[in-house]
Design a protein around this ligand. Structure first.
Ligand code: IDC
Length: 491
């Protein structure tokens, strides 16, 4: 049962072509588009992913489970320029999931599930989040031996499942990583010794500095902790958090560490963090900073509240176009929007789609290379805290130059016996700056355009072309044009 109240009769096929414009509409094929609609969560359509020009990128992310780089294919990772690369120097993009706090949800650290993540979900990385503080935290009242064993087990299961593993020193309520610096150094000395034989490990040394902790303070901490790890694993890849809950990558870009194989963390929660932070990510990468989105959610920064699919899709498009790696929070069945499993699901492996939360369904779609919002919308579950959000029918596709487009149905009604639908469109540019853009939406069956705004709309046959208006054609890298909309009468 879908949430849609209208019939599934005349469906928009969420086919889009987004062509970079240099005065002329570039010819872009509709290949890869498929019908949206039908019943149930499996009916995701428009399986169109980022069509990057560099072939290496396609290998890394565009083809889901089959094409992702894994420890068995890419080997030990290192950082070259802004890019994670495999042993042979080919670009690698990691995409996967983070545990919740290991102390609270240890059950998801198991080998069958990790294999499922790789083979069924298409992930190539799992992050093991070890809270340093809070109840059960490593530096507070947690059982250190048990937590260390869980981390080691997690790395081993990941290796067996052919996943990379991020060992995350999850600084959060303790705000400044220097607060538990001695424990951090002891932990990383011990764990890098124990894990030295594994070549699938990435060390994340401070999840989210916050509470006014400066980049200078984080940098000083990193300069002490990194050598401790490097003593045992000289070329270990290390992720360093940035101030303001790992959002201030600009500060790291202005004053980076003098060390190889380091990436800087940027974290976002799509409903809270929007274009401004996307611009910051794009600018940091363009300035030469290697960035890892080692944690993100698609709800608000509390880990709950409503999901913002349009923002989530814009983030994914941008990260894919920049070849930035990303990891979604969190593996739990906690009653919060960012939990990947439904609260009533007690399994720890063997998950069916019906066990997944809205975020879980969305993420699976992303990792498998399907259009993110469709599965979630079609599943019939409410989007947490946002009863008004319509079904998201639109997929996005990216043309040659990294443009992507997402479309959401925000309203549907009947008048004079005819179905009307209202859509909102966001166009995001993950490629080089453009002065103009155009997308084309295919509609199944006949339609009449009855209203439109913030674009130049030309219906022709079963296609609706949408070009920029005079004032929203220029899109810098990472920028979006939103509030574009139209209403059609179907049938
Ligand atoms: C949240 C969990 C929530 C838990 C809370 C405090 O989802 O269940 O009660 O931590 O431990 C982060 C953090 C991450 C947060 C998450 C959502 O890295 O630990 O998890 N978040 O608030 N940064 C931004 C958001």
């Amino acid at each position: 049962m879908g949430r849609e109240t209208t019939s599934m009769a005349a469906w928009l096929r969420a086919c889009a072509l987004a062509a970079a414009m240099a005065g002329v509409l570039a010819a872009a094929a509709l290949a890869g588009c498929s019908p949206v609609g039908g019943d149930g969560p499996a009916s995701s359509g428009a399986v169109t992913k980022d069509v990057a020009t560099e072939g290496a990128r396609d290998d890394a992310s565009a083809d889901g489970a089959a094409g992702a780089a894994t420890p068995s294919t890419a080997g030990k990772l290192r950082v070259v320029g802004t890019q994670l690369v495999g042993a042979d120097g080919s670009p690698v993009q990691l995409r996967g999931v983070s545990t919740h706090g290991l102390a609270w949800f240890p059950q998801y650290v198991n080998e069958p599930f990790f294999r499922e993540l790789r083979q069924d979900w298409g992930a190539n990385v799992v992050r093991l989040a070890l809270y340093t503080a809070e109840s059960g935290g490593y530096c507070t009242d947690g059982d250190r031996e048990q937590l260390e064993a869980l981390v080691e087990e997690g790395v081993r299961f990941a290796a067996q499942a052919d996943l990379y593993a991020v060992v995350d020193w999850h600084v959060l309520s303790d705000a400044d990583p220097n607060r538990h610096k001695d424990e951090a150094k002891a932990f990383f000395a011990k764990m890098s010794t124990r894990l030295a034989a594994y070549d699938n490990v990435i060390y994340e040394i401070c999840n989210e500095p916050n509470g006014g902790t400066t980049w200078g303070a984080v940098k000083a901490y990193a300069e002490e902790v990194i050598p401790v790890i490097r003593e045992n694993v000289p070329d270990a890849v290390i992720v360093v958090g940035t101030p303001t809950w790992s959002q201030n990558v600009d500060e790291a870009a202005a004053d980076p560490l003098v060390a190889d194989n380091v990436l800087y963390a940027l974290h976002f929660y799509a409903a809270t963090h929007q274009q401004e932070l996307r611009d910051r990510l794009a600018a940091a990468v363009e300035s030469g900073l290697p960035v890892f989105v080692s944690e993100f959610g698609i709800c608000d920064a509390s880990g709950s509240g409503r999901i913002d699919y349009a923002s989530a899709d814009a983030w994914v498009s941008l990260m894919d176009s920049l070849d930035v790696s990303y990891i979604c929070w969190n593996l739990s069945n906690k009653d919060e929007t960012s939990a990947l499993f439904r609260p009533d699901c007690a399994k720890s492996s063997g998950f069916a789609e019906s066990d997944l939360s809205e975020e879980g369904l969305w993420l699976q779609g992303v990792l498998r290379g399907e259009v993110p919002p469709t599965a979630a919308a079609a599943s019939g579950a409410e989007m947490a805290g946002d009863e008004d959000d319509g079904s998201a029918l639109g997929g996005h596709s990216i043309g040659e130059e990294g443009l992507s487009f997402s479309m959401e149905r925000v309203n549907a009604w009947e008048a004079d016996g005819a179905p009307y639908e209202q859509y909102e469109v966001t166009v995001t540019n993950g490629g080089a700056p453009v002065d103009a853009w155009e997308v084309a939406v295919s509609l199944e069956g006949s339609f009449e355009l009855v209203d439109s705004w913030n674009g130049s709309f030309s219906p022709a046959g079963d296609t609706l072309r949408i070009a920029n208006a005079a004032y929203n054609g220029s899109l810098a890298t990472g920028a979006s044009a939103s509030d574009i909309g139209f209403i059609v009468r179907l049938g």
